[in-house]
Write a protein of this length. Structure first.
Lengths: 364, 502
């Protein structure tokens, strides 16, 4: 039965994100304070962060954050990596011992370049995705936590502030940070199941449950994605990968596929816009993400936040000079920025998009 | 020859209630009731009764009860009354036994082994009385991806194939003018127009009074090619090539000559009184590549402005056939299952050929996904859809929409007596006798059908809202919303669903 349907994860959550649209680096301490201020939205069964611009000296290499259950898994996975990639550098991910994270797995990072001979007929990015899927589904006990360039995901079982402390995130500086505190209700805490979920340059944190998971997953399978991480969040990440990277849709259009306007609204739109929206819904119906969600997507150029089409989960956005902040609750913003220039509640299904070098291009 | 068959029904008349109004005498097209003036008494010849319940329904004093009382033989697990009566009839006539409507044998009905999900706590259910709930569906071929250019305004560079817009994922199945009366077809056409969906002409051509409903019409092209002309093909919004039908896979349509009166002869372009027997195969389609030629011939005739689909009966290798049809250019595929209805079919075929629609649907949807071509076609299923919950289950298994035939006729008054092939339908539906057809007022018929669709539509909104879904496309193929009860591992595997409790 496993082949038919993974029992998907159900969870409530806190999300938070900070971006500096001029690319100035932000210390990890801020995002920890923001997510920690929404402590009650998590239950200690998962927390995580993603940071962009943290490996400037290795920015040409795919930075793989890997988690191994045991030495055996590490050995098998390293053999696999060596066969397919040139390993520029590998090291333990620095952590500090804290009381609240019991029994951590082996955490390593690798800076990789795909082997030239492996790349005939396939783009570098597609190759990397394929290898990530192989590791996650075929190499027992090995999980790729993130695989993008100049970025990384840090996640664990625990409250998010403890996870941040464990990974020594105050030692990192990034232009974009996203964070997550998890409140799973039916699955035991599992390190790989924590957010963010990351693939190539995309990382995603998600508060919600996807009622359309069954069809989103089958739709993605048609394009070769394999959903293995027991969480519906990976579905959202794959949808962005498919729509934006592979189908080359503008990001705000991808958001319209995930959270489209209602037919009533489309019927009232001016002719040209109506045609575009109608076509998107008709063609991308299976990528509609139905059910409550607020998500924050980090990518190399910036950050995006989006609610489901009837806003069944909270999401607040704020700006202060060249900073864009998004959070589940206003408390997550006020904790790090007492007086924002502007603070607002983005509309259902309307994305907030901040881009480095371009500012806040969509306000939601 | 003396018949050895006893009638199947008993007619009980409460003489204290009977006021001798003679409604039953006039209403029965099978001449069951006879009035004896001298005795002032009504006699009933039970052997002729088909159990259509027309007299019992219309009797103003509720004096008549019709009971199913088949010949009761000594108990025998092998030789059932069904077999004995069939043998008697064949011994008396030497003929192929005919019947009407769909398979009534107790093969498994998988809809009744499938249960739906609902949201609790972690995921809010959505209230259709307070929130928008969308059933709109577009049928037709979809591209893999869209090319959209971003700038000051969005420019859509992909032109997509013509689509059919349905306000709810339910259409009326192919039922030809000839098999059913013009009043019945008019009711279907008008109801489709009001409800924002489509009805299907079947293979009987298009009566001149029906061209005005073209926007809500799917015209059929079957092996008999009755009534087909460029005008006909261009009259509807889509064309459906009929290869097969769930009630009688492997054979063509049958319209007994009794039903071929003047207007039908004109519409079908055949002589009055001749049996309209469609050939079993299309004589220009002996292979998949031939099908492709017909699909494109029809697309050429209609300037590529209308979707062209193909309907097949659900049979053992439907999945492979469907894959071939998509590659041959079918913009939509119709699968008609074992329990699909008909106006006339050989009993032996109807009762023994084909497979249940639930299994065919599940395997076709899965196969097209494995081949990465599911989006290139729309999948419509038909054959025994009885309720809004059947529709919802079909969509969750992977259908884009369903066709209803029998359910629509029941809404018009059909009581499933299965005697459509006699042309004597007491309800004025499956008949051309003017005395009978006027019993179905198309205004009222339209209202009954619109009411049915409205009721189903409201029920479907309740069901998907309960799952926390507010657009039907999020249910389509979403088998995680389904759980099975009382099935075997093999059936779970084919249906692609989990057992309840998992």
């Amino acid at each position: 039965m496993q082949k038919i349907a993974y029992k998907k994860d159900i969870s409530g959550c806190a999300v938070s994100g900070i971006l500096n649209t001029n690319g100035k680096k932000i210390n990890g301490g801020y995002i920890i304070r923001s997510i920690a201020n929404m402590h009650d939205r998590s239950n200690g069964l998962g927390g995580g962060f993603a940071a962009y611009g943290i490996y400037p000296s290795y920015k040409e290499y795919y930075a793989f954050h890997l988690m191994f259950d045991d030495l055996n898994a590490r050995e098998r996975c390293e053999e696999f990596l060596d066969k397919n990639f040139l390993i520029e550098k590998d090291e333990d991910i620095p952590t500090r011992k804290i009381n609240t994270t019991a029994d951590p797995p082996i955490l390593r990072r690798y800076f990789l370049e795909p082997r030239e001979e492996k790349l005939n007929k396939i783009s570098e990015d597609d190759f990397v995705i394929r290898e990530v899927m192989k590791i996650n589904s075929d190499i027992e006990g090995s999980y790729v936590l993130s695989s993008g360039k100049n970025m990384g995901a840090f996640k664990a079982v625990g409250f998010p502030e403890d996870v941040g402390n464990f990974y020594r995130l105050e030692e990192y500086k990034a232009e974009t940070w996203i964070a997550h505190g998890r409140f799973p209700t039916n699955t035991p805490g599992w390190w790989g199941g924590a957010h963010p979920f990351a693939l190539l340059d995309y990382s995603i944190v998600h508060n919600g449950e996807i009622s359309s998971y069954g069809i989103n997953k089958r739709y993605l399978e048609m394009f070769g994605y394999r959903c293995t991480l027991l969480t519906d969040t990976e579905v959202v990440a794959y949808l962005f990968d498919l729509l934006v990277r592979r189908h080359k849709l503008p990001m705000k259009i991808a958001c319209k596929a995930l959270a489209p306007p209602f037919w009533d609204e489309i019927d009232r739109m001016p002719e040209k816009e109506k045609k575009v929206m109608k076509t998107i819904r008709t063609v991308y119906g299976s990528s509609l993400v139905n059910g409550p969600f607020s998500i924050i997507l980090g990518f190399k150029d910036g950050m995006l936040a989006l609610n489901d089409r009837i806003k069944l989960r909270p999401l607040i956005a704020a700006t202060k000079k060249d900073f864009l902040m998004v959070s589940s609750e206003e408390a997550g913003i006020r904790e790090i920025c007492k007086e924002p220039d502007k603070i607002w509640s983005p509309k259902a299904g309307e994305p907030v998009i901040g881009l480095i070098g371009k500012g806040v291009v969509e306000e939601g | 020859m003396l018949t050895l068959c006893k009638g199947e029904f008993s007619v009980e008349r409460d003489d204290d209630r009977c006021i001798r109004c003679l409604v039953c005498v006039r209403q029965c097209p099978f001449d069951v009731h006879k009035y004896d003036e001298e005795e002032d008494r009504i006699y009933s010849d039970e052997s002729k009764c088909v159990g259509c319940q027309r007299c019992a329904t219309l009797c103003p004093t509720d004096a008549i009860t019709i009971r199913y009382e088949p010949m009761e033989m000594k108990e025998n697990a092998n030789w059932k009354t069904y077999h004995l009566t069939n043998i008697y009839k064949q011994a008396e006539t030497g003929g192929v036994l005919l019947t009407g409507m769909g398979n009534d044998k107790p093969y498994p009905i998988y809809w009744d082994h499938i249960l739906l999900n609902a949201s609790q706590v972690t995921n809010p259910s959505i209230d259709p009385l307070r929130e928008p709930m969308e059933l709109r569906t577009y049928l037709g071929r979809k591209p893999d991806l869209l090319d959209i250019e971003d700038g000051d305004e969005l420019i859509l560079k992909t032109e997509i194939s013509p689509q059919l817009k349905l306000e709810l994922p339910v259409m009326f199945s192919a039922m030809s003018y000839g098999a059913i009366s013009l009043n019945a077809v008019k009711s279907l056409a008008r109801a489709a127009a009001i409800a924002g969906t489509y009805y299907n002409t079947g293979e009987g051509g298009l009566h001149k009074d029906l061209y005005k409903y073209g926007k809500n019409t799917i015209v059929q092209c079957a092996s008999g090619r009755f009534g087909i002309s460029p005008d006909y093909l261009n009259a509807g919004s889509a064309i459906e090539i009929k290869i097969g039908q769930g009630a009688k896979p492997g054979i063509g349509g049958h319209l007994p000559g009794e039903k071929v009166l003047e207007e039908i002869s004109e519409t079908r372009m055949i002589a009055e009184g001749t049996d309209a027997l469609s050939p079993a195969p299309h004589h220009d389609i002996y292979s998949i590549e031939d099908l492709r030629q017909l699909i494109f011939a029809l697309k050429e005739t209609t300037a590529y402005e209308k979707p062209v689909g193909v309907k097949i009966a659900a049979v053992h290798n439907s999945a492979a056939i469907s894959s071939g049809m998509v590659r041959a250019g079918a913009d939509f595929i119709v699968l008609d299952g074992l329990r699909g209805g008909t106006g006339a079919a050989p009993l032996v075929t109807r009762d023994n050929v084909g497979i249940p629609i639930e299994l065919a649907l599940a395997s076709v949807d899965q196969r097209l996904r494995e081949e990465g071509i599911r989006n290139k076609t729309s999948l419509i299923v038909a054959g025994g859809i009885r309720s809004s919950s059947d529709v919802i289950k079909a969509i969750a298994l992977g259908a884009d929409a369903v066709y209803i035939g029998t359910a629509a006729l029941v809404a018009l008054g059909c009581h499933l007596c299965q005697k459509c092939y006699t042309g004597k339908c007491a309800w004025g539906i499956a008949t051309q006798d003017p005395y009978l057809t006027k019993r179905l007022n198309p205004e009222i018929g339209t209202r009954r059908l619109v009411n049915l669709l409205k009721a189903w539509s409201n029920e479907m909104k309740e069901l998907i809202g309960g799952m926390g879904i507010n657009a039907i496309e999020s249910l389509r193929g979403n088998r995680l919303q389904l759980r099975g009860v009382g099935l075997t591992d093999t059936e779970y595997r084919i249906l692609g669903i989990l057992p309840a409790g998992e």
